[in-house]
Design a protein around this ligand. Structure first.
Ligand SMILES: [Zn+2]
Length: 412
């Protein structure tokens, strides 16, 4: 009996997904993720209300971005129903446009173009009733009262509800600030413009296994203490790509792949961060220098053999592209060689334009006491490179490039 069940499960597992995905992607996803089933809007003289209907409880976070100014709400563990309009122009004095997109495979991003700053908008949730869960964005008059959250002053009464509701306030995040502003200016424009279809990243990637197996480590890697520093994190998003992808998320993904591969080769890997957070113990209160020094401290205290800071480049023109390796202006010959080995291997893997290696005064390579490099893997501001580095294959290739570079560095 058990065997029969296993056989059945096996068959269901292997035969059905491709069919089910094509036929009913929503119902398949719905089991794990919260489905965002509708985006509704209602306006009055005093307020614009945008309501996101979900079929179950969903976590969310809010941030404000400028130029153009907009409020971004990310719904985590969520999947966007194909029936929801991706872009809606609003005739309201409080906002001009709402865009909704599947930002990545489990985040739905809502971008509201609005000039309403802090204190003039509010995001909260309503639980229970005919619609299991609602996330509400109010613009204009936001002094919430019990009546307000039930749609008291709203002209479209479908938006409100008479059912009892519990409310949950989210955490407001200030605008991200680049740690190395000279080098990176977040251009952040179309946050919710991602054309990626839900689940696209889940497709099996033929080359992935092959790629990681491709690295032949030099014996010198074994036992080496290597600090990997995924750039930015927490409050600091780093640069933001045309479709809204943040530098901090790409750098962390690449770093985790690098960590995995290096550990397999017997290296001692120390990550400055493994989650979306600041490295400094001061967290949100940390100044830029606190934060960068914290990363250096990790490497210096561990007496690491090498330090590698992973970043994505950004420029005001979307045309800019390619890979650059940086090392400290007064750095050692070993730092220069480390930068060169990693940069050339990245270019070979990613097929990006080589921008060569350059000297710099970046804090993290200046204040670390071992051979150190800061690599700009590619331009997150370039739509093509942004797409490459948000794909599983791209992340893998970047990691392979870095690991091969490290291996070559220790190979002599
Ligand atoms: Zn950066």
């Amino acid at each position: 009996m058990i065997r029969i069940i296993f056989t059945l499960l096996f068959l269901i597992g292997t035969v059905l997904p491709s069919f089910a995905e094509a036929a009913t992607p929503f119902s398949e996803k719905a089991a794990k993720l919260a489905g965002i089933t509708a985006v509704r809007m209602a306006g009055s003289m005093e307020r614009l209300r945008i309501v996101l209907d979900a079929n179950k409880e969903v976590d969310y976070s809010t941030m404000v971005l400028s130029n153009p100014s907009r409020v971004v709400v990310d719904l985590h563990g969520a999947w966007l129903s194909p029936n929801v309009a991706r872009e809606t122009v609003i005739e309201s004095r409080f906002a001009s446009k709402v865009r909704v997109a599947q930002f990545n495979e489990n985040t739905v991003r809502v971008v509201v173009e609005t000039t309403m700053g802090k204190g003039h908008y509010d995001v909260f949730s309503i639980e229970g009733g005919a619609i299991p869960y609602r996330v509400v964005l109010d613009f204009g008059k936001v002094g919430r009262t019990k009546d307000d959250s039930h749609g008291g002053t709203i002209t479209d009464d479908r938006v409100g509800s008479d059912e009892p509701a519990t409310e949950k306030k989210d955490v407001q995040q200030p605008e991200p600030s680049g740690e190395d502003k000279k080098e990176e200016k977040p251009s952040g424009k179309d946050d919710a413009g991602s054309k990626e279809k839900p689940g696209e990243e889940k497709k099996p990637d033929d080359n992935v296994e092959e790629l990681s197996g491709e690295v032949e480590f030099s014996p010198g890697v074994k036992g080496k203490k290597i600090v990997i520093d995924p750039g930015h994190g927490g409050e600091d998003s780093g640069a933001i790509g045309p479709s809204g992808v943040t530098e901090k998320s790409i750098t962390l993904q690449i770093a985790k792949e690098v960590e995995k591969m290096l550990k397999e080769a017997g290296a001692k890997v120390i990550m400055t961060r493994t989650t979306d957070t600041e490295v400094s113990s001061k967290h949100r209160q940390a100044t830029d220098v606190d934060e960068l020094q914290a990363r250096c401290d990790v490497a210096n205290k561990a007496k690491a053999d090498i330090f590698i800071s992973i970043h994505m480049d950004s420029f005001t023109s979307r045309e800019a592209s390619g890979t650059t390796g940086y090392y400290y202006t007064k750095g050692s010959a070993a730092s220069k060689r480390l930068a060169a080995e990693i940069q050339s291997n990245l270019v070979a893997q990613l097929k990006t334009t080589s921008r060569g290696i350059k000297t710099c005064n970046f804090y993290v390579v200046k204040h670390t006491k071992m051979p150190a490099t800061l690599i700009e893997v590619a331009f997150v501001s370039n739509p093509k490179e942004e797409k490459l580095l948000t794909s599983r294959k791209g992340v893998q290739k970047a990691a392979v490039g870095i690991v091969k570079g490290i291996s070559d560095f220790f190979g002599e």
